[in-house]
Design a protein around this ligand. Structure first.
Ligand SMILES: *[C@@H]1O[C@H](CO)[C@@H](O)[C@H](O)[C@H]1NC(C)=O
Ligand SMILES: *[C@@H]1O[C@H](CO)[C@@H](O)[C@H](O)[C@H]1NC(C)=O
Ligand SMILES: *[C@@H]1O[C@H](CO)[C@@H](O)[C@H](O)[C@H]1NC(C)=O
Ligand SMILES: *[C@@H]1O[C@H](CO)[C@@H](O)[C@H](O)[C@H]1NC(C)=O
Length: 470
């Protein structure tokens, strides 16, 4: 842009008529800036035009198979009015004076709203009941494994293992009693360990057991039951041939704020716990890891008391971070990062920081994973206003690419139930990235053009044909 302005100035100055008419430098710069304005207008026109082209593109050919996923489904839920009587837990959390919001009611285990969002076992998604509901996701319902037990893989992530062509879902096993460590402490469950489930179709899951267990006796061990293990994620290291797990390791008061690393030769474990540390010397709470197409992997974590995110590459063996780190989304107070990549652009979904209570998701995009990252707004579509402002009463944890459907993903989120954490639900919904241009942009001048990230609400949905690796 600077180059353009300079050559324009030269052109204007060298033309005698223009020079006579204009006289002063002030007018010349006026002309230059008008021209710059024109160029910008052309640029924005091209952006709008681009949008139209995208719409046509999506509407016609390549995403017709995913049209069902992108239908906007409204939700006219009737919320029963709050009753006079409150659960003592809810009162303590909120204080007696403020009238309860829908989110307060949602968190109050004795309310009808709560029951609405945590339907009981009769409606569970059950892979052993092969009927007309087979292969359908019902976000928020109980989800059973092939043995008929509720899946225990909270704050989870999914690894597609190319060798076995199998999906592995890793997550926190929270199948223990929920309690508060002390009066002001957050609701917690003792560390049981990291569960692993396997599947070929992303719907029917076989329990592979606890692949990294809590430590019952040694109180100084990171995995001692009294500590915190959250958001385990596993990636495969092509060089060492090992499966590497990263997780958030903390004490009950969340003051340790570290990452932990474990390794295994098999996706189904057992994983050997190596150590925990503060990456780059900073506190680290919610985190995720991301393996890029070129085999390089990155750690992304909430830091500086959750006020910003940090991103940095892992070492080649994935067992440590390197010294390189960038601060991103500074002062935006985001957590629960879930990263994915599409057509060379990096995308991320994050949540706000409100403990177990749900809040609004945001989508972010970047041309380089190291940043700068830009915030694009709330990706949630459909449902209703409260649904969209609470990420459908859930919190992001992972985004699964559907390799046979470029631009389509599964958004994985947790609907936390802080009064009974083991009964927290899984919210899987389709996520799409609006198609990028087929050709390079004509009037782009280096301005990044982000595609919209959309997460569609559905009460009931299934993956379309052809979602598997093309
Ligand atoms: C599935 O089939 C049963 C029995 O035919 C029917 O009652 C039920 O409404 C069907 N469910 C759906 C979601 O179509
Ligand atoms: C307990 O755990 C700590 C930390 O991992 C370790 O250094 C120590 O050797 C363990 N003690 C026993 C008795 O295993
Ligand atoms: C956590 O904080 C509480 C209250 O401040 C304190 O009593 C307890 O010892 C702390 N626990 C740990 C593990 O730091
Ligand atoms: C990780 O790397 C840092 C700095 O390069 C080093 O100080 C530290 O010892 C390493 N940690 C492990 C467990 O190798």
């Amino acid at each position: 842009m600077v180059e353009t302005a300079r050559s324009l100035t030269v052109a204007v100055n060298s033309h005698p008529v223009v020079r006579v008419l204009l006289g002063s430098r002030c007018s010349v710069s006026l002309i230059v800036w008008s021209l710059v304005g024109c160029i910008l207008m052309i640029h924005f026109y091209s952006l709008i035009h681009q949008k139209d082209r995208e719409k046509i593109h999506i509407g016609s050919s390549h995403l017709s198979v995913t049209r069902e996923l992108e239908e906007v489904e409204e939700e006219n839920l009737y919320f029963p009015p709050p009753r006079g009587k409150r659960s003592p837990h809810a009162l303590k959390r909120r204080g007696p004076r403020k009238p309860p919001s829908v989110v307060d009611e949602f968190l109050d285990e004795s309310s009808e709203v709560h029951a609405l969002f945590f339907p009981h076992r009769k409606s569970a998604v059950n892979p052993n009941k092969k009927g007309n509901d087979s292969m359908y996701y019902y976000p928020g319902r109980l989800w059973l494994d092939t043995e008929g037990n509720p899946i225990q893989a909270h704050g989870g992530g999914i690894l597609f293992d190319e060798r076995t062509e199998t999906y592995y879902w890793y997550g926190e096993n929270k199948d223990g009693p929920t309690y508060q460590a002390h009066r002001k402490g957050a609701a917690r469950v003792d560390i049981i360990g990291v569960s692993c489930y396997s599947s070929k179709d992303l719907w029917e899951w076989t329990n592979e057991g606890v692949v990294l267990s809590g430590e019952e006796t040694n109180a100084s061990h990171d995995l001692h039951v009294s500590n915190v293990l959250e958001r385990p994620k596993v990636i495969y290291n092509d060089v060492s041939g090992r499966y590497v797990m990263w997780m958030h390791i903390d004490d009950a008061n969340y003051t340790k704020a570290s990452v932990g690393v474990a390794v295994s030769d098999s996706p189904t474990g057992p994983f050997t716990y190596l150590y925990s540390f503060r990456p780059h010397g900073f506190d680290s709470r919610d985190m995720t890891i991301f393996k890029d197409d070129d085999g390089k992997a990155y750690l992304i974590y909430s830091s500086e008391d959750n006020s910003e995110l940090h991103v940095g590459p892992l070492t080649d063996d994935y067992l440590n971070v390197t010294s390189v780190m960038r601060r991103i989304l500074v002062a935006q107070h985001r957590e629960a990062p879930a990263l994915f990549k599409y057509q060379g652009t990096y995308y991320m979904i994050t949540s706000g920081c409100t403990g177990w209570a749900p809040n609004r998701a945001l989508a972010h995009a970047a041309e380089s994973i190291m940043g700068p990252w830009e915030t694009m707004g709330n990706p949630c579509i459909g449902g209703n206003k409260i649904f969209r402002s609470t990420t459908f009463f859930a919190q992001s944890t992972f985004v699964v690419p559907l390799l046979g459907l470029p631009g389509s993903f599964i958004f994985m989120a947790d609907r936390w139930n802080p009064s009974e954490l083991r009964d927290s639900r899984y919210m899987w919904l389709p996520l799409t990235v609006g198609g990028m241009a087929d050709e390079p942009l004509e009037y782009n001048f280096g301005f990044p053009l982000w595609s919209r990230v959309s997460i569609y609400w559905h009460r009931r949905w299934r993956l379309p044909e052809g979602w598997r690796t093309a």
